[in-house]
Design a protein around this ligand. Structure first.
Ligand code: PLP
Length: 401
């Protein structure tokens, strides 16, 4: 209907009262719980919040590659990968991902979220059993739910609990088990023990899916799975995102060893988020391919040094030291007393020109609110120390208030 035809009609009267009442009630609950998400930006702030770990999102070579691919292959892929949407940019990206990680085959998706959903749904179904680490990302949880497999949660980073679950699962006659972990957990920033996990899964005839969202091109060696010597392990499946260190948008599943092509073909034929989703845009594929070229050992070392410096400065303060959580990658988090304290401290930091993220229930797996800080390769060490000192002062002020 044209806007002029619509004139006279009251749009408000058309909104169903039952929906309006429910929306208002949900908004009141959020306000009461002091939990309201809002869109935020980090423009003009020191970025200690985004996942652009290598600082490549604005890199001239990455932007030029995005623009070249866009000019040559179009603004969008315009179809699903299985319905004429596969472009040279996708094939180039998949080859580059294999070269970078030492894996045998790769499949690009339109996001990390759809890669995780697709992988779990395609490997699920009746007869499959999925064991998720209790801190697994929402996209992994959603994929497991979508899959129709039976689902179980294992205690966080607890090999013993996982072993008990694998044993119980084996004896109950379920046959296809998939264990799901993150190489580096996105909230606390702690790392999974990938080699023992892979050995345990092999011992119990299980597949292991590792989400490398926060370690691909962000930890020493460029891949946590490669660093654990598991690139060629056929029972280890990797998912990744192109939207963090690789500075673009999109996701991928990477396969290794003898069954790589069999698995890849299975996913192409069964993952709903691959079949029924428009393929990754050529510009994003081109940008991520260029970022892989730049994500070399030297840049990764700069990221590691900056992360260590930030962590050292924060933990040099005795009253704060044991509240700082820091794993093998660029994510650090600081436990805060309450969600409100975390929100107020982040706001004070924003006013001081520093962007940090706030994670609070229900987005934290253990119910503890945190400031989440990410380090970046491009920051100058002096700037980082100054920012860390400001963070310490802001927390101190909040807690003495
Ligand atoms: C662990 C993890 N997996 C998957 C995703 C989803 O990736 P994307 O943003 O590319 O959809 C994220 C992103 O926030 C993540 O942190």
């Amino acid at each position: 209907m044209a806007a002029s035809e619509d004139a006279g009609m009251s749009n408000d009267a058309q909104f169903p009262a039952v929906w309006q009442g429910w929306l208002q009630q949900r908004a009141q609950v959020r306000a009461k719980r002091n939990f309201r998400r809002a869109e935020t930006s980090r423009e003009d702030l020191l970025d200690l919040s985004s996942n652009d770990y290598l600082g490549l999102a604005q890199h001239p070579a990455v932007r030029a590659a995005a623009s070249r691919t866009l000019q040559a292959q179009g603004a969008g892929a315009s179809a699903s990968r299985v319905a004429t949407g596969t472009l040279a940019a996708h094939r180039d990206l998949e080859e580059a991902l294999c070269r970078y990680t030492g894996r045998a085959a790769a499949l690009a998706f339109s996001s990390g979220y759809t890669a995780n959903m697709g992988a779990l749904q395609a490997l699920g179904g009746p007869g499959s059993h999925i064991i998720l680490d209790e801190h697994a990302h929402a996209s992994l949880v959603d994929g497991a739910k979508l899959s129709g497999a039976s689902i179980e949660t294992a205690a966080h980073n607890d090999l013993h609990d996982l072993k008990l679950k694998l044993l119980a699962n084996g004896s109950s006659g379920r046959h296809r088990t998939l264990v799901v972990v993150e190489s580096l957990y996105s909230v606390l920033g702690d790392a999974a023990e990938l080699k023992p996990l892979a050995d345990l899964c092999a011992e119990h005839d299980a597949l292991l899916l590792v989400d490398e969202a926060h370690s691909l091109a962000a930890t020493t060696g460029g891949s946590a799975v490669a660093a654990a010597g598991l690139s060629a392990a056929s029972h280890v499946i990797v998912t990744a995102t192109l939207s963090k260190s690789l500075a673009a948008q999109g996701g991928a599943i990477l396969f290794g060893g003898s069954e790589a092509e069999l698995l890849r073909e299975h996913i192409i034929n069964t993952a709903r988020t691959f079949i029924f989703d428009t393929a990754l845009s050529p510009a994003a594929a081109g940008a991520a391919t260029a970022a892989l070229d730049l994500a070399d050992a030297q840049l990764l070392e700069r990221l590691r040094e900056n992360t260590d410096l930030l962590a050292r400065t924060l933990t040099s303060v005795p009253w704060l030291a044991d509240r700082v959580e820091h794993g093998a990658g660029p994510i650090l988090s600081i436990r805060m007393a309450t969600p409100a304290a975390a929100v107020r401290t982040a706001a004070a930091l924003r006013a001081a020109g520093i962007a940090v993220a706030v994670f609070r229930p229900p987005s934290v797996p253990d119910g503890i609110s945190r400031l989440r800080l990410t380090s970046h390769a491009q920051h100058e060490p002096a700037t980082l120390v100054e920012a860390a000192e400001r963070i310490i002062r802001c927390i101190e002020k909040e807690e003495k208030a």
